[in-house]
Write a protein that binds this ligand. Structure first.
Ligand code: NDP
Ligand code: 8X3
Length: 250
């Protein structure tokens, strides 16, 4: 059986790190990227260099992204699946109190970097009849206070995924938007600027989604027969559900 290759962004933590392990267990070759080189080094120390390649760069740095792509070892150069997972939320303040720099960072990482890497890899994904899994969020569909730009970036990811499907019609390339709800990773630690107590409090008693749950979902999507495309998949913990609209009265 030919070994396939997946490029997973945001591989140093959470969903991305768990997805790396899932695809390595499934005998794929993995390109793992993220900024934190020490975590990528730990990954390399645990696995055979023929199976995993680490690329440390900031996805906002387009030149570094292109260099990482150009420097892929030959065995990793043919990419069959792109998992656009790197992303973040910053802040929980309402729009009128939010930090503009944080808004721009979310757009740069969740939107601009995602489309840049997709654009870079599309020719070979088409050539190899590959697949793209974009990590969106339930925040794409459900408004909540403080979700403002984060939810906007994820709505972009979901709609971009569906529009990619239209453009890629007839190429055999599959595209999926994965939309998780509350999941315990480093996500809340990042969102709150390192507030471990806030993170612990959010997840306490809720039995949130685990990183392994989403890795397994991505693995399932990638393992389906090639005539099937999961367009969108929304996943929540049983403890989470949508609530109603709000009304302000004078
Ligand atoms: P984590 O914070 O655990 O992981 C985020 C990953 O993104 C890290 O590997 C981080 O790597 C990487 N990343 C962030 N910024 C950059 C950057 N500028 N350049 C390169 N890599 C970057 O969070 P999750 O695993 O939860 O998040 C993964 C994805 O899932 C995100 O897109 C998030 O929006 C989405 N999501 C999360 C949910 C949740 O509740 N946890 C629910 C729904 C969606 P490094 O810091 O090393 O660069
Ligand atoms: C992360 C899920 O509900 O915190 O995308 O926005 S949520």
């Amino acid at each position: 059986m030919t070994t396939k290759t997946v490029w997973i962004t945001g591989a140093t933590s959470g969903f991305g790190a768990a997805t790396v392990e899932r695809f390595l267990a499934g005998s794929w070759r993995v390109i793992a990227s993220g900024r934190r080189m020490e975590r990528l080094q730990q990954l390399l120390a645990r696995h055979d260099a023929e199976r995993v390649h680490a690329a440390a760069f900031d996805v906002r740095d387009e030149a570094a992204m292109r260099t990482a792509h150009a420097n892929l070892p030959p065995a990793f150069a043919g990419i069959d699946l792109l998992v656009n997972n790197a992303g973040l939320a910053l802040g929980t303040a309402p729009a009128q109190q939010a930090d503009l720099a944080q808004w721009k960072q979310m757009i740069d990482v969740n939107v601009t970097a995602l489309v840049t890497l997709t654009h870079l890899l599309l020719p070979q994904l088409i050539e190899r009849r590959g697949a793209i899994v974009n990590i969106s969020s339930i925040a794409a569909s459900y408004a909540y206070r403080g979700g403002n730009v984060y939810g906007g970036t994820k709505a972009f990811v979901t709609q971009f995924s569906q529009n990619l499907r239209s453009d890629l019609h007839g190429t055999g390339v599959r595209v999926t938007s994965v939309e998780p709800g509350m999941a315990e990773t480093e996500f809340t630690l990042v969102r709150t600027g390192g507030d471990q107590a806030a993170s612990d409090q959010l997840y306490a008693g809720a039995r949130p989604i685990t990183a392994g749950d989403i890795a397994e979902t991505i693995w399932w999507i990638a393992s389906l027969p090639p005539h099937l495309n999961i367009n969108r998949i929304e996943v929540m913990p049983v403890s989470q559900s949508a609530a109603g609209l709000q009304v302000h009265r004078d």
